[in-house]
Design a protein around this ligand. Structure first.
Ligand SMILES: O=C(O)C1=C[C@@H](OP(=O)(O)O)[C@@H](O)[C@H](O)C1
Ligand SMILES: C=C(OP(=O)(O)O)C(=O)O
Length: 455
């Protein structure tokens, strides 16, 4: 089947004049989509490789804006990173970390939260800044944590900075020890400190002191990647992580596909009907995207894991009928935009709970989803910690993305069923999935859809 691309509607708003016309699905899907490497794993593994006791290699690494910002930042700090046979093979050669440099975080939470503890190990000041939208993302807990460990951090005023820009004054060593961190606004405050902690002289004993802790699978991912390189981590008590000082082992490692980036493609099978397959689905993973098949089943899909040429393939089949659901997405907030879009097309209401922290993501995602679904004629209300979505007939129009890659993929999902949706700045998907629009169109055309696939 082919994609029906609605004719562009005239717009006088220069910001949206070149918006992407989201294709409508004209019939059931039958597609296999190759999803590139996980952003969260790639950026953790790059940090650990940079701090390791020798050279190592990542295979199947993500190459996207967030990953490339991490690569550039580590190079700036003195680490040698070179491409192998393909851009997704990265050879990393650690080196003494140098200060007197500037790090561009873009809008990448993993760069702005994971690298300040690394910069504290550099031999001089490291200034951090990023996109305008990054300057409102919360930073204080990770900076206060470092400050508590004796690291000097300065911002524009006399106070400890709460946001970008700031400077971490590396001295080549961090004593380490015990620190309390309120990670209720982001799990990345914990992950960032844990990732570098084995290189602190006394290691780290981190206690979370907030009332709530989002994205626990991402913290478990941090612990698992640390243990994989020989770092001893004790997480036997809730809300406490102890990292022993010691070497970080260099290694060759393969990166799993990004299951959160797979979510909109798999969800497309529910919207359009038919089947979408994602190869390389891991049998066991710490990625929160592991929740996707179960959630899609609750919304009406059938799923199966079948053997493929290169590991397991996840198959999701839908009929076009979508059931609403009531779900706490605290553990997997980055899936919320996909499920909000599905909910707007469902046959019954949906409540997404436990995701207040999405207000500090790429944009205030709760406000952005409510505004954009409402703009298309839908009903989507913000609650204290989530969204209530009551399906109503939608109409075409511009879907704004607020520099948020997952807003863009949500707009694409709505556009599968609603003619005339135009996604503003679809290129923002390059944050984690460059070439998303081409992959989406190939999925509709029935051709193999991966970043390198030929249409
Ligand atoms: O550590 C990570 O790789 C991530 C943790 C989560 O952050 P929050 O805990 O801020 O939601 C997630 O949403 C983000 O996309 C990636
Ligand atoms: C929240 C996200 O990103 P970041 O790593 O920038 O926090 C995301 O990708 O959904």
């Amino acid at each position: 089947m082919t994609a029906a691309v609605p004719p562009p509607s005239a717009t006088t708003d220069p910001d949206v004049a070149d918006a992407w016309a989201a294709p409508v699905a004209e019939g059931p899907l039958d597609a296999t989509v190759d999803i590139p490497g996980s952003k969260s794993l790639t950026n953790r593994l790059l940090v650990l490789a940079a701090l390791a006791d020798g050279p190592g290699t990542l295979h199947g690494a993500l190459r996207s804006r967030d990953a490339d910002l991490m690569i550039e930042a580590l190079r700036t700090l003195g680490v040698e990173i070179s491409e192998g046979a393909s851009p997704s093979t990265l050879h990393v050669r650690p080196a003494p970390l140098r200060g007197g440099v500037e790090v561009d975080t873009g809008l990448a939470g993993t760069v702005m939260r994971f690298l300040p503890p690394v910069a504290a190990l550099a031999d001089g000041p490291v200034r951090f800044d990023g996109d305008p939208a990054a300057r409102v993302r919360p930073m204080l807990p990770v900076l206060a944590g470092l400050h508590g460990l004796g690291v000097r951090i300065t911002g524009d005023g006399p106070e400890l900075p709460t946001h970008l820009p700031f400077t971490v004054h590396g001295t080549g060593r961090v004593v380490g020890g015990a620190v309390d961190v309120d990670a209720s606004a982001s799990s990345q405050f914990v992950s960032g400190l844990l990732l570098a902690a084995a290189r602190f002289e006394r290691g780290l004993a981190l206690r979370h002191i907030g009332t709530t802790l989002p994205s626990l699978p991402h913290i478990d991912m941090t612990v698992a990647t640390l243990r994989d390189v020989g770092v001893r981590v004790d997480n036997s008590r809730d809300g406490i992580w102890e990292v022993a000082p010691g070497p970080i082992r260099a290694r060759d490692v393969r990166v799993e596909p990004d299951l959160s980036n797979a979510a909109p493609f798999l969800a497309a099978a529910l919207v359009a009907g038919g089947t979408v397959r994602v190869p390389g689905w891991p049998a066991a993973t710490t990625q929160p995207g592991a929740l996707v098949p179960g959630l899609l089943e609750r919304m009406g899909a059938t799923t199966a894991v079948v053997p493929g040429a290169d590991g397991d393939v996840l198959e999701v089949t839908g009929t076009g009928e979508i059931h609403g659901l009531d779900v706490d997405l605290h553990a997997a907030g980055e899936l919320a935009p996909t499920f909000a879009a599905l909910a707007a097309l469902a046959g019954s209401p949906t409540r997404l709970r436990g995701i207040a922290h999405l207000r500090g993501h790429e944009t205030d995602r709760l406000a952005a989803l409510a505004a954009e679904i409402t703009r298309l004629g839908g009903q989507c209300e913000e609650t204290r910690d989530g969204l209530v979505i009551t399906p109503r007939p939608l109409h075409g129009g511009v879907f704004r993305t607020y520099a948020d890659h997952r807003m863009a993929t949500s707009g694409a999902l709505l556009g599968l069923r609603v003619p005339g949706i135009r996604v503003e700045d679809v290129a923002t998907t390059a944050k984690t999935l460059p070439g998303f629009d081409g992959m989406w169109e190939r999925m509709l055309g029935g051709a193999p859809a991966g970043p390198g696939a030929v249409a």
